[in-house]
Design a protein around this ligand. Structure first.
Ligand SMILES: Nc1ncnc2c1ncn2[C@@H]1O[C@H](COP(=O)(O)OP(=O)(O)OP(=O)(O)O)[C@@H](O)[C@H]1O
Ligand SMILES: [Mg+2]
Ligand SMILES: [Zn+2]
Length: 453
């Protein structure tokens, strides 16, 4: 008797599987997210001879060959180039520049004499060529394919034997093995695993582009993270020209590196000195502006925090707006300023912003937030050559943070001469040779305010 096609209900948000339909996903709590899909018949794996278990010490470590991407910043994010036979997933919001970035990478590989296949399920060949012309694609072995059928893509790929393959995007391509539509979790997974197998078998470095939404769930791609070797995130603010590329997962390297690019007419340009980029429009001697030394990935980055305090029109319910900073952390810092420095904000709106559309997640920026607000309240600017960092605790104490030395060195390299920092870490730094910099150690917010104003 022939089996009926087996179906399974899969949550489109988190990938949870259930044999029957449920109104609400028990795993992620989403309503109406379970969709019926045809379950793939498992391949007859057991017909192959089983692989042998090996003794640990008999396993040879092989150094993975890597292809160097001509954009050094991109190499760093990948941990020193892309490993041959690996699958890299690049997620990003619509319109952020994913196709541009990958077409540039393809252009550079082709310039180096590699054979490259760029497959688009979203755009016509003419559209891609238009972008390519803008990016200055030359006569290399760069092949374009506009196709959404996975099986046909693989036929082309097997025929061409490229060294680098890009699939743009994983949500638009479908496998005919499944009856569900492109973009569903089962399709996205099937497409990714086909490309994964193809890449390993042929030692091709493959890149998968995936769309993600602001909420962060790579509607589908999120469920791919465990399947691929590397997950990169390409993000930025739409109305700012800079983009940040960072790794969320990397089987062949660290996930701490990050690269910053600027969208220009000729494509994305890597920014070799991000601190200078983010400080270039800083106003001179304005109150409410503080430069903080933060760490992004493993790299120090100077950023400007701006505060504006003004009488509120919403009596009893003043505004607290933050852009680029954690809202709850900022609320806590404002409470500390009121309590420890004797200010009262009941009648004031407070706006806080990180210039240039950056986001700062680490508590090392706390002291900068406090000083920006106080500087605005006093209407007094900080010394122009000063950089600050330090975490602020609930009693107003300034706590040490990681990597003080690289924070200081970054400040020095941009011409800053004074660093306000936690007193706790100062003794360790005294051994360092740091000519031309004044280190001011502070113990609490009160002391730091007295120091400056
Ligand atoms: N001529 C141009 N000069 C400068 N920037 C441009 C130009 N044309 C397009 N762009 C920028 O490129 C961005 C689109 O890039 P791209 O198509 O690579 O993004 P994407 O992430 O692939 O988008 P999608 O979600 O549509 O696939 C636009 O938002 C725009 O800012
Ligand atoms: Mg695109
Ligand atoms: Zn779910």
């Amino acid at each position: 008797m022939k089996d009926k096609a087996k179906t399974v209900f899969i949550c489109q948000t988190c990938g949870f599987r259930s044999p029957k339909w449920l109104g609400r996903c028990p795993s992620c709590g989403e309503w109406n997210s379970l969709v019926e899909e045809v379950e793939e018949v498992a391949p007859a794996e057991f017909s192959f001879p089983p692989s042998e278990a090996l003794l640990y010490r008999d396993i040879q470590e092989i150094k993975k060959p890597r292809l160097k991407i001509p954009v050094e910043e991109f190499n760093k994010v990948l941990g020193g180039g892309v490993v041959l036979g690996s699958l890299v997933l690049i997620g990003g919001e619509p319109g952020i520049g994913k196709s541009t970035l990958l077409l540039q990478v393809c252009r550079d590989f082709a310039d180096q004499g590699e054979r490259v296949l760029y497959i688009s399920g979203e755009e016509s060949l003419e559209q891609i060529k238009l972008r390519g012309d803008r990016l200055g694609v030359k006569d290399g072995e760069l092949y374009l394919l506009a196709e959404t059928n996975m099986e046909r893509i693989l036929v082309q790929a097997e025929k061409l034997q490229p060294r680098v393959l890009v699939l743009d995007s994983v949500q638009t391509v479908f496998s005919a093995k499944l009856s569900s539509s492109p973009g569903t979790i089962s399709q996205v997974r099937e497409v990714a695993s086909e490309i994964f197998r193809y890449s390993k078998k042929n030692q091709v470095s493959s890149f998968l582009i995936g769309h993600i939404t602001k909420e962060g769930s790579l509607a589908g791609p999120k469920s791919l993270e465990h399947m691929v070797d590397v997950v990169l995130l390409f993000e930025g603010e739409r109305d700012h020209s800079h983009r940040v590329l960072r790794a969320l997962k990397n089987r062949f390297g660290p996930v701490s590196e990050l690269a910053i690019f600027e969208m220009a007419s000729g494509g994305l340009q890597a920014i070799p000195n991000p601190s200078a980029f983010f400080l270039k429009e800083r106003p001179a001697d304005e109150s409410g502006s503080v430069v903080v030394s933060t760490i992004k990935g493993t790299r120090p980055l100077l950023a400007e925090i701006q505060a504006l305090v003004s009488p509120t029109l919403f009596v009893g319910n003043p505004r607290r707006m933050t852009i680029g900073l954690d809202h709850f952390r900022t609320a806590m810092l404002l409470a500390i300023i009121e309590r420890k420095l004797g200010y009262s904000f009941g009648g004031e709106d407070i706006y806080l912003n990180v210039a240039g559309g950056l986001t700062i997640e680490e508590p090392a920026a706390d002291l900068g937030v406090v000083l920006a607000v106080v500087s605005c309240l006093k209407n007094k600017p900080l010394p122009r050559d000063m950089v600050v960092f330090g975490e602020v605790g609930l009693s107003g104490e300034i706590r040490s943070v990681g990597s003080p030395l690289s924070r200081i060195k970054e400040a020095l390299s941009l011409g800053f001469k004074t660093v306000l920092l936690p007193k706790g870490g100062l003794t360790l730094l005294e051994k360092e040779n740091l000519p031309g910099v004044r280190l001011l150690g502070v113990q609490n917010v009160k002391e730091s305010v007295q120091f400056i104003f």
